[in-house]
Design a protein around this ligand. Structure first.
Ligand code: ATP
Ligand code: MG
Length: 161
């Protein structure tokens, strides 16, 4: 199904913003117009839920989480990023966090709970949508998760009224 990604993403961010108990500030850097992406809403909701929960889980009190969507015209895709100001991920672990059951620093992450499957599932789902997913991070400064999704056409509605 063709979905306006800006509206879809806003709805997910709203849900987190309304239910959060933590002192984190959300910043949205989103296009002012609709961007059509063909996606399975349940699956991409699951992807975003995990990335945003991770950002919250590893964010300090008073931190900022920034949500961005950029339109890449030439590649005909959107670049989505979610950045936090949390503990970060060491360089050596950066590519491994997308592996099943991989968790950085067992002691630290055991306290915070989780199975280490979230990002592996996210990678599977983004790849199934013909997108890529990766991370950049600086230890002690924060983490940024990026993914791309192809842009499609707005679906023609079979509605003549
Ligand atoms: P689950 O998602 O299954 O509940 P999880 O959150 O530990 O468990 P993933 O979401 O796959 O698993 O993340 C894998 C690991 O990558 C995490 O355990 C954590 O060590 C690291 N990680 C992921 N996101 C962040 C982040 N925003 N900041 C710091 N570390 C992160
Ligand atoms: Mg997770």
């Amino acid at each position: 199904v063709s979905v306006d990604f800006v509206e879809f993403f806003n709805r997910i961010i709203d849900r987190f913003e309304l239910s959060k108990s933590q002192d984190v500030t959300f910043v949205r850097d989103l296009p002012g117009e609709a961007v059509w992406v063909s996606l399975d809403e349940d699956k991409i909701t699951q992807v975003l839920d995990n990335i945003i929960s991770n950002a919250m889980k590893y964010s300090p009190e008073g931190g900022t989480i920034t949500f961005a969507v950029h339109i890449e015209e030439t590649a005909n895709q959107i670049l989505v990023s979610i950045s936090d100001q949390g503990v970060g991920i060491p360089k050596a672990d950066l590519s491994k966090v997308f592996d099943r059951f991989y968790r950085v620093d067992k002691a630290r992450t055991r306290m915070l709970g989780g199975t280490g499957l979230g990002l592996a599932i996210a990678k599977e789902m983004i790849n199934a949508h013909n997108g890529d997913i990766w991370a950049s991070s600086q230890e002690g400064k924060g983490t940024k998760i990026f993914f791309t999704l192809p842009i499609t056409q707005e679906e023609q509605k079979d509605d003549w009224s």
